[in-house]
Design a protein around this ligand. Structure first.
Ligand code: ATP
Ligand code: ZN
Length: 283
């Protein structure tokens, strides 16, 4: 049985559960329950506070877990990152009061910085040769400068709107982060085989999330151009339409290239485009 730790509640909880479900694994998630055994894959889910996950995995209490890279870095525990998961994206940033005296990183020399990430911040400041006093606080870091507790803060940012509403601006990025699948570095043969099976499924789901399936009608004169735009996984499928001079083309395209390619396809005369999500993509 593979023991997999997930955040019990919070920003990563929903998407972690959704990822495991997309991997075809069925389990219950009754409120208040701390563990659940899946009924169609040998995995036991442990619902924990995210801060505890790297430690549980490093100690082998859980074999693997899903947690933010920022939490892994702060924990200082040795775990392996098995897969990057593309959600929970944010950055750990140093922020200062807008219109204040801090102009760049060097100006933080001697300042007081409040954060919930003392280890990551002290490594960062040290690497930049800045001597500052770190105040560890566990929440509501962004109000620290306003109440005179610190000169600056170091906190997680995604859109930046929390900083703005507290009169702060970002001075420097300490690290980028996203949710990752972590694993214990010395798993026994059974857990290791199960982790590989899970990674294979996670990989297929992740790849599919980055792509769309596209179907379109193309005038034969533009076929070569369109084939070059839509290389697909191997090459596009091309089938003649009942109407002479036209073909139907099927392929996969990257989500982030989607609009650009669509415009180019339209420009060469493609019509009737359908774009659909892909559930799994196995290579
Ligand atoms: P727990 O109760 O499990 O300790 P928490 O309050 O420490 O939860 P959350 O706020 O749920 O943590 O955030 C979990 C993770 O979500 C963060 O560690 C980070 O990796 C990610 N995240 C993404 N965007 C943000 C953001 N804007 N602010 C905070 N965390 C974010
Ligand atoms: Zn936490």
């Amino acid at each position: 049985m593979l023991r997999l730790a997930l955040q019990k509640s919070g920003r990563l909880a929903e998407q972690s559960v959704e990822l495991i479900r997309d991997c075809g694994i069925r389990f219950s998630r009754a409120d208040g329950k701390l563990r659940a055994v899946a009924d169609n894959f040998p995995v036991e889910l442990l619902y924990l506070r995210d801060d505890d996950i790297p430690g549980y995995v490093a100690d082998g209490v859980a074999h693997a877990g899903i947690v933010g890279e920022n939490v892994v870095a702060e924990s200082g525990r040795a775990v392996e990152v098995a897969e990057r998961l593309g959600f929970g994206r944010c950055r750990l940033s140093v922020a200062v009061p807008r219109g204040g005296d801090f102009t760049d990183l060097a100006s933080l020399e001697g300042a007081h910085v409040a954060t919930s990430y003392p280890r990551v911040l002290s490594r960062f400041l040290e690497a930049h040769g800045i001597g500052a006093t770190i105040h560890e606080i566990s929440g509501s870091v962004e109000i620290a400068p306003g109440i005179g507790l610190a000169d600056a803060i170091c906190d997680l940012v995604s859109t930046g709107s929390t900083l703005i509403s507290n009169g702060l601006r970002e001075l420097a990025t300490v690290m980028q982060s996203e949710a990752v699948l972590i694993a214990n570095g010395s798993l026994d043969a059974e857990a290791s085989a199960l982790l590989d099976a899970l990674r294979f499924r996670v990989g297929s789901v992740m790849r599919a999330r980055g792509y769309r399936y596209i179907l379109l009608n193309v005038p034969d004169r533009a076929l070569e151009e369109v084939k070059a735009m839509l290389p697909g996984m191997k090459s596009p499928t091309v089938m003649p339409l009942a109407e002479p001079g036209w073909s139907s083309v099927h392929s996969v395209i990257r989500d982030d290239e989607f609009w650009v390619i669509l415009d180019r396809l339209k420009a060469v005369g493609a019509e009737g485009m359908l774009v659909v999500p892909i559930e799994k993509m196995v290579q």
